[in-house]
Design a protein around this ligand. Structure first.
Ligand code: NAD
Length: 360
C-alpha cells in the first residue's frame, strides 16, 4: 500500500529527528511491502524566513491532501531569535495552533511508558517504578476552559476576571468513542478523569461517556476525580491504561505522566480528528540549545511514526515492529546524550536512527 505523509520538519532539532523517523519508516516499507512518500512542508520559523508567515494556506491544503502529518518541532530560542520580535500572531507557535485548528484535531494522545532499561530516570520510589507502567493520556484539545468566553472587568468597583468552561455532548462523545476504540487496541480499560462532585461539565462528561461505554462491553470503564488521579499517578501508575479527560485537566495530568517516565526525548504524541487523520510529533520542543549538533534523541519522533502507523493507517504489526526495535536498542545499551548515565558511551542522532532502522 502507498501512503502520502506530510513531513513538517520545522526548526531546531526538527530536521534531524524527522529524518531519522523517515529512515525507520522506509525500513518498515521495505520489510512489509509499503511505500511511504514524504511531502516536505514548511511551518514555524523556517516558514517565516521563506514566506514571512509561520503557516501558509498552501501548507494547510497540502497537509489536508495527505494521509497523515509527521512533524518535528517548531520555534527557536525565545530570548534571542528574531522570530520572537514579531507580534504573537506571526510567531512560530501561531503556525502550530493554526494547523491544529485547520485540521480540526480535537484528541491529543500522549503515551507514558516506563522502559525497564531507563527505570533509573524515573523519579518515583523504586518499588513503584519496579512495577512499570504503560498508559495513554487522552486529552480533549479544542474545548473547555481554554476556549470559553473570558473577560476581566470592574464590577461594583472590584476587578473581576471570568473564564467559562463549556462542553457539549457531541464534543464529549466523539473523543469518548476514540478513547474506547484505542482501549480496544490496548489493555481494554478506560478511566475517565473529572471533577463530577463539583462541575456540571464533568457530570455531562460522565453521562455521555457512560453511554459510549455501553457500546464497548469488553472494555472496563472507571471514573476518578482529578485530584485523586494526580495522586494515583505517582502512587500507582501501573493501574492506568487509557486515561480520558477534558482539556485543562489533561494539560496538567499529561505533563505529570510525562515527568514520571524521566525523559522528554522518548515521548511521542498524536493529535487526531474525527477521521483517521492525525498529526504526529514528539512531545518535546525544538531544543535550540542542541540543534545542528546531531546529538538529539530521535526516539520520540520514531515512536510518533509508530503511532501514525497504528492509529491513522491501522498497521498494528508494523507499529509493533518499530516499538520492538526501540526496546531492542535500549536493551543492547545504546543511549543518546539525554538518556545516558554519566560515563556511559553515547550515540549520535543519526546513529540511533540507523540502529533502529536495522532492527526492523
Ligand atoms: P524543549 O523541549 O525544546 O527543550 C527542553 C530541554 O529538553 C532542552 O535542554 C533540550 O535540549 C532537551 N530536549 C528536548 N528534546 C530533546 C531531544 N529529542 N533529545 C535530547 N534533548 C532534548 O523546550 P524549550 O527549550 O522550552 O523550548 C524550545 C523551543 O521549542 C521554543 O521555541 C518553544 O516554543 C518550542 N516548543 C515547540 C513545541 C512544538 O513544536 N510542539 C513544543 C514545545 C516547545
Amino acid at each position: 500500500m502507498k501512503y502520502r505523509i506530510a513531513s513538517i520538519k520545522g526548526d531546531g532539532i526538527g530536521p534531524e529527528i524527522v529524518t531519522q523517523a523517515q529512515k525507520v519508516l522506509n525500513s518498515v516499507g521495505e520489510k512489509y511491502g509499503h511505500e511511504f512518500e514524504f511531502v516536505e512542508l514548511l511551518m514555524g520559523g523556517c516558514s517565516i524566513d521563506v514566506n514571512g508567515v509561520p503557516l501558509t494556506e498552501e501548507t494547510i491544503e497540502t497537509a489536508k491532501s495527505c494521509d497523515a502529518v509527521l512533524m518535528g518541532s517548531i520555534g527557536g530560542d525565545t530570548r534571542t531569535s528574531p522570530w520572537y520580535k514579531l507580534e504573537p500572531s506571526k510567531r512560530p507557535e501561531a503556525g502550530l495552533l493554526g494547523i491544529r485548528k485547520a485540521l480540526k484535531l480535537f484528541a491529543n494522545l500522549r503515551p507514558a511508558y516506563l522502559y525497564p532499561e531507563l527505570k533509573e530516570a524515573c523519579p518515583l520510589k523504586e518499588e513503584v517504578a519496579a512495577k512499570g507502567f504503560d498508559m495513554m493520556m487522552m486529552r480533549e484539545l479544542t474545548g473547555g476552559l481554554y476556549f470559553g468566553e473570558r473577560y476581566t472587568k470592574e464590577i461594583d468597583g472590584v476587578m473581576t476576571a471570568v473564564d467559562t468552561l463549556t462542553y457539549n455532548e457531541n464534543e464529549i462523545r466523539r473523543i469518548a468513542i476514540k478513547a474506547f476504540d484505542i482501549a480496544m487496541k490496548r489493555r481494554k480499560k478506560v478511566t475517565l478523569v473529572d471533577k463530577a462532585n463539583v462541575l456540571d461539565s464533568s457530570r455531562l462528561w460522565r453521562k455521555v461517556t457512560e453511554e459510549v461505554a455501553a457500546d464497548y462491553p469488553e472494555v472496563e470503564f472507571l471514573v476518578m476525580l482529578v485530584d485523586n488521579c494526580a495522586m494515583q499517578l505517582v502512587k500507582d501508575p501501573a493501574q492506568f491504561d487509557v486515561v480520558l479527560t477534558e482539556n485543562m485537566f489533561g494539560d496538567i495530568l499529561s505533563d505529570e505522566a510525562s515527568m514520571i517516565t524521566g525523559s522528554i526525548g522518548m515521548l511521542p504524541s498524536a493529535s487526531l480528528n474525527e477521521t483517521k487523520f492525525g498529526l504526529y510529533e514528539p512531545s518535546g520542543g525544538s531544543a535550540p540549545d542542541i540543534a545542528g549538533k546531531n546529538i538529539a534523541n530521535p526516539i520520540a519522533t520514531i515512536l510518533s511514526a509508530a503511532m501514525m502507523l497504528r492509529y491513522s493507517f491501522d498497521l498494528d504489526r508494523e507499529a509493533d515492529a518499530i516499538e520492538e526495535a526501540v526496546k531492542k536498542v535500549l536493551r543492547e545499551g545504546y543511549r543518546t546524550i539525554d538518556i545516558a548515565k554519566s560515563g556511559e558511551p553515547q550515540v549520535k542522532c543519526d546513529e540511533m536512527g540507523d540502529l533502529i532502522a536495522e532492527r526492523i
